[in-house]
Ligand binder design. Sequence first.
Ligand code: UDX
Length: 436
Amino acid sequence: MKITVIGLGYLGATHAVAMAELGHQVIGIEPNKQRLESLASGELPFHEPGLDKALVDVIEKQRIVFKADHDEESREAELHFLCVGTPQKPGSNEADTSYLFSAVEALAPYLDPQSVVVGKSTVPVGTASELKQHLDSLTGFDSYLAWNPEFLREGTALEDSLRPDRIVIGVDNEHSENALRDVYKPITDVEQTPFLVTDIATSELVKVAANSFLATKISFINAMAEIAEVSGADTVKLAEAIGMDDRIGKLFLRNGIGFGGGCLPKDIRGFMARAEQLGVGSAVSFLGEMDQINQRRRARVIDIAKSQLGDLTDKKVLVLGAAFKPDSDDLRDSPAIAVANQLALSGANVVIHDPMALERVPEVAPNLTPEKDLVTASEGAEAVVLATEWREYKQLDPNTLKVSKKLIIDGRNALDVENWQSAGWKLVALGRNVHQ
Ligand code: UDX
């Protein structure tokens, strides 16, 4: 099928490449010149395992082209996927949906009445119906608009797109449903992937509800960590024990400095804002508490550092990790950056290391000192904070670091406690009382 993918950020670039991998003919539309040129030359503008090779592969097979704007070729597309960002509005909890409206304005002159416009962006419930009204007023016909939320995780984005655990579509007519069934046929035929057809409002809600649930799960175990720290309990064991109950499940129960990234934090805030607008704010006001628990865990690391070192002024602290999670170079709302910044604000001289995301650190946190070489970064440090659980940190030999004081704060409960302790380190872990 011929399709367009509009907006080639994280979601759009992955979706475009995945669709081309499945055999579709893809036109990728991206107004950002630098991003467009990078993709067109086969260079992924962000780190995502496997997606780089897949991009080169689909370019070589001539299944994908990249353009800054629509042209007559867009008219031939059977489906147009909207993948633009819906970031948090500055100074507000609300999601900014303006890029979606701009995207349909640019598409409208090239939209064939039989083509289906499919929103994939995460939106406040009700956005699709506003968008359709806007689109219809621009085209002068009753356009087809469907919603198809995306559940991909950074680090496994391509795999999540090619082998999703479910495909959810929100439609209000058979024509849209058939087009979406056809486009995903290469997946559903092979993988037997559950294919859920819902009304449009439900499909919009599925994504924010799923992300809110995940955020709540993480915050729940982080709340337990607060209790464990004052009662002598061990949150890691606690999570293992409650996670063995199938009704609870063991995933997303890793306590630490909490959730960040481009989705979970903004989605729970956007959800609260939309619920307020709908007059049912109290239904999800608990998400505000989840947000607070998450923020408190970040601050906890600074309290631990102060309790171990006293005044932090001019003390060198090494932060291991900058990305919001391993296998990603994404710094959006990264707990690691937040912790490093708070340490710097407390007067510490913060050196930060990350295997993948270091280049972008000065843009978002100019007060931190990025250092590529781990051993150099460690020289003279009075404390080390593990903030992102990259494999290379988990496998790190504690003896290679040239610190002046062997103190490590494990913000992700990722380190082998015995290994560090037997190398003479004092290890303080969030939600556990492991230090002697
Ligand atoms: C998330 C959703 O998982 C995905 O389905 C959706 O499409 C986009 O948002 P992502 O943002 O890539 O994906 O990251 P995710 O793996 O969900 O992790 C989010 C944050 O939670 C990370 O900062 C991670 O470190 C943290 N986390 C995760 C925990 O603190 N504890 C856990 O147990 C799991």
